[in-house]
Unconditional design. Structure first.
Length: 341
């Protein structure tokens, strides 16, 4: 995860543009308690985080969620000195003992690498260092082809050895980045905490990575908007109804820079080291687990619509919407069941 400071308001826009969530409650039939909400917005994980609890005015669980966010950030950040990921990346191939959460997340990430035939690969970090994306300023660097070749020679998820909570990089020059999966994982952990405290209606929004907990207090589904790629007015392409479900989008249209009239975005191909160019503008995943939705949105973006759909159809309870640069929509077999016209 690239944790650099950026403008709070810029990110607030980014976050609201990515996915908008309609929270209309059924006012007339609700008791005052059901109408109560508590919410908190802050800057964390290099993005704007917004949490809302329904049916309560309690602020304390929100404070605890923000403290959990800090804890996870200090484990999973690539650039925070002393984090688990930082320790792995500075281990020169020596075994590193990490927290059980980090080990669990790396295990899941490696599983998605295997399922996606390496399209999702957390050892993408040497390439990310070269491209040096600074999304908030829409800046970055187009590396030389030979630099890309050299970095690519260290990209291979099979070189990450996980034994319990011990991680060893079999290639000492390899390094890992969890930016394609960490927000989803953290959203799931916040959900687990809220449920353990008895909060069963909530909305977790980590920079557009949405996880709905339960349903709205009146029992109806949350409505989550999927943004129309490139739309400056924040238009929505689809709205989906969600209970206990995560909605995560990976796209080319937010985190990118332009050079010599060409656009370079931040989802890289582990095969050639360049931003993936396959005619897709975005991929949205619907899944009960936000970890799965996050990993799959990145993986399916890299795989493209054909292989991506094949992967989605092989998984239970997960749906996807692929949107091309021409705004053509390609969806998985069960996606329409969630859409609201
Ligand atoms: P966002 O971070 O905007 O929510 P994604 O979930 O698609 O978007 O994650 C993109 C991030 O994933 C990149 O910024 C980078 O940290 C990482 N990444 C880029 N390419 C890959 C890849 N092929 N496999 C795994 N992670 C990747
Ligand atoms: Mg992702």
């Amino acid at each position: 995860m690239n944790i650099k400071k950026r403008s709070f308001w810029g990110l607030l826009c980014l976050c609201t543009l990515t996915l908008t969530v309609s929270m209309l409650t059924n006012g007339c039939s609700l008791s005052s308690d059901k109408n109560a909400t508590a919410s908190k917005t802050g800057f964390c994980l290099d993005t704007v985080v917004s949490l809302t609890l329904y049916g309560t005015k309690e602020e304390a669980p929100l404070e605890e969620c923000f403290s959990l966010l800090e804890t996870y950030e200090s484990l999973l950040s690539r650039i925070k000195e002393g984090s688990d990921v930082w320790n792995i990346n500075h281990s020169s191939g020596m075994p590193v003992t990490v927290s059980k959460e980090t080990a669990q997340l790396i295990e899941t990430a490696l599983d998605y690498s295997a399922r996606s035939d390496g399209a999702f690969d957390i050892t993408i970090a040497p390439l990310l260092d070269l491209w040096n994306f600074k999304p908030e300023q829409h800046e970055g660097t187009v590396p030389d082809a030979d630099q890309i070749q050299e970095a690519l020679s260290h990209v291979d998820y099979k070189k990450v050895q996980l034994d319990g909570a011990t991680v060893t990089l079999l290639d000492p020059q390899a390094s890992i980045d969890l930016g394609g999966i960490a927000k989803g994982y953290i959203a799931d952990r916040l959900r687990d905490y809220l449920i353990s405290e008895g909060y069963d209606s909530a909305l977790i929004n980590l920079g557009g990575n949405i996880l709905t907990v339960g349903a709205k207090p009146d029992g109806s589904a949350f409505r989550v908007g999927i943004r129309k790629p490139f739309s400056e007015s924040g238009e929505q392409l689809e709205t989906v109804a969600c209970k206990d479900r995560s909605v995560v989008t990976s796209g080319t249209y937010e985190r990118y820079f332009e050079q010599d009239g060409k656009r370079y975005h931040h989802i890289l191909s582990p095969s050639d080291g360049y931003p993936v160019e396959n005619g897709l503008a975005s991929v949205t995943i619907l899944s009960p687990s936000s970890t799965d939705a996050d990993a799959l949105s990145t993986a399916c973006f890299v795989l493209g619509p054909e292989k991506g759909l094949e992967l989605i159809e092989s998984l239970d309870g997960i749906e996807a919407l692929f949107v091309t640069d021409e705004l053509e929509e390609i969806s998985s077999s069960g996606f329409q069941a969630y859409t609201i016209s």
